[in-house]
Design a protein around this ligand. Sequence first.
Ligand code: NAD
Length: 290
Amino acid sequence: MKIGFIGLGNMGAPMAANLAKAAHDVVGYDMATVAVDGVTNAATAAEAAKGADVVITMLPNGEILRAVAAQVIPVMRKGAVLLDCSTVDVNSARAVAADAEAAGLLPLDAPVSGGIGGAAAGTLTFMVGGSDEAYQTALPLLETMGQKSVHCGPSGNGQAAKICNNMILGVTMIATCEAFALADKLGLDRQAMFDVVSTSSGYSWSMNAYCPAPGIGPKSPADNGYTPGFAAELMLKDLRLSQQAADASDADTPLGQAATELYRRFVEKEDGKGRDFSAMLPRFEKRGRG
Ligand code: NAD
C-alpha cells in the first residue's frame, strides 16, 4: 500500500520502519528532522498524504492532531483511510472523524498499548474506533505494526477503550504500591507479599506482570532503577484524558480522579518526571500518614 506517515517520534518512527520493512511504500513527515529506515521524507504533511491509500498519524495530542488533519484531509483521495494511532481526547477523535467522513474518507481512531518496545517489535495492541469498511482496509497494516487489534465500535471508541484501560492501570498501580508500602511497615516480607497477592484476589497486571518492587516477580522497570518503561508523565496524560472524558459525560470516577491528582503531584511537584510510573512505590515508602 501507499502510506503517508505523520509524526515520526519515539513510537511513529519504529512503526513506520516496520511498514517499510513489510514492503509498503511509506512517505513520512515530522516537524523535526528525522531519518527512518526505508521511509522517504516529505517536505510537508500534505505532501506525505497526497495519493496515499492510508494516512497514519502518531502525534502528541488532540490539538496537534486537529491541526494536522486540517492539512491532510483536503488533499487525501476519496475512499482513503485516515488512521490516527495517537492517544488523544475522545472529542478530538470524533471531530476529526466527522471532518474526514464529510470529505469522503474512512477515519479510524486506533490508539495503542505496548509502548516503544512494542512499536519496535511490531507487537502493539490497537484499540480501534470507526466503520467496518475502514477497519478491514487498515487491518493488514495493524497486523504488521501489532499483534492484536480490537474493533471497539464507531469513531472515538478506540480512545474510550484506551483511557478506560489506563485509568484502571493507574489506579491499580497506586493500590499495589501503597499496599507494598503498608506491608513493609507491618514487617511483611515483599516476596511473601508477592507470592500471596499474585495468586490471590488482589492480583492484577500491575502486581503480576509489572511488579513495582525491585527484585520481586518478573523483570520490570523497578529492576532497572525505575527507568521507563511507561513514564509517569505519560500515565498522567492518559489519566487527565480519562477525567476530561468523565467530566464531558458526567461519569463519577472518584478513584480515577484521585489517581490523576497523585500522578500530577508526583510528576509536577515531586521527583516523578522521567521515572517509570511504578516509581510510586519508592514515593510511598518514604511517606507517613501525615
Ligand atoms: P513523541 O513526542 O516522541 O513523537 C511525536 C512526534 O510528533 C514528534 O516527533 C514531533 O516532532 C511530531 N510532531 C509534533 N507536532 C507535529 C506536527 N504538527 N506535524 C508533524 N509532526 C509533528 O511521542 P511518542 O512517544 O511517539 O507518542 C506519540 C503518541 O503515542 C502520543 O499520543 C502518546 O500518548 C502515544 N503513546 C505513546 C506511548 C509511549 O510509550 N511512548 C505508548 C502508547 C501511546
